[in-house]
Design a protein around this ligand. Structure first.
Ligand code: PGA
Length: 242
């Protein structure tokens, strides 16, 4: 059973979320490991045994006069287990860099939750064959500044920026190579065995092939998590192969 992280992003309003959850409740069972990441207002909807609860973001700050922010303390008190950080949409639209991501990761860990740290190259970086350099930098900027007992709790999500929401994915061989690279880099430099997920245009169609990428420990799913038919295929396939 591989971990499936459903990132619902900024999509469903109250009525839509209720309808979506009703459908999802019929799909998800004990053969799945689903981390559901709805918007903040809907977190408590999914606080039941079928799901592991995830948040899409968290504040750099823990407490105080920071209007509009949601802290790791708040999330933890709502039974959130996982928090996505460093997503390329946060990097792109909200100018987040590892400078902002590091305190978020510290806050998540200090509040007994697990960070899902997203890394990945842009199309332009890929075409200049800079993928490995970019990934090394995104990893080192965080891991070099964290104690090892903290760093070992991080889950990495490899999400090529150009694959997110585009319908394009790297070849399965490329995904395999990059995930092995990430695992080896972290093992060699930090002596940590890391779980690595793949994200970027995961669908009901490509999940069977993606499941055969052995070093991959699970998937981060965006748009196709909203499509119940597609998501059902993803779940069924993620439970059938080990
Ligand atoms: P996608 O999004 O599945 O729509 O490509 C993935 C993500 O943003 O994590």
């Amino acid at each position: 059973m591989k971990m499936i992280v459903a990132n619902l992003k900024l999509n469903l309003d109250l009525g839509e979320m209720i309808a979506y959850k009703n459908k999802l409740d019929n799909l998800v069972n004990e053969n799945n490991y689903v981390v559901i990441c709805p918007g903040y207002p809907y977190l408590s909807f999914f606080n039941d045994a079928n799901y592991h609860l995830g948040a899409q973001n968290v504040s750099e700050y823990i407490k105080g006069a920071y209007t509009g922010e949601v802290s790791a303390r708040d999330l933890s008190s709502l039974d959130v287990e996982f928090v996505i950080v460093g997503h390329s949409e946060r990097r792109q639209y909200f100018n987040e860099t590892e400078k902002n991501i590091l305190p978020k990761i510290n806050n998540i860990l200090d509040n007994k939750m697990i960070p899902i740290y997203c890394i990945g190259e842009t199309k332009e970086q890929k075409s200049r064959q800079k993928t490995f350099i970019v990934l090394e930098k995104q990893i080192s900027n965080i891991y070099n500044n964290l104690a090892s007992d903290k760093a070992q709790k991080i889950i990495i999500a490899y999400e090529p920026v150009w694959a997110i929401g585009s319908g394009e994915t790297p070849s399965f061989k490329e995904i395999d190579e990059v995930i092995v690279f990430i695992k080896n880099f972290i093992l060699k430099n930090y002596k940590i065995d890391t779980q690595v997920l793949y994200g970027g245009s995961v669908s009901g169609q490509n999940i069977t092939d993606l499941m055969s990428v052995n070093p991959c420990d699970g998937f981060l799913v965006g748009s196709k998590a909203l499509d119940i038919h597609e998501f059902s295929n993803i779940l069924i396939n993620s439970e059938s192969e080990q």
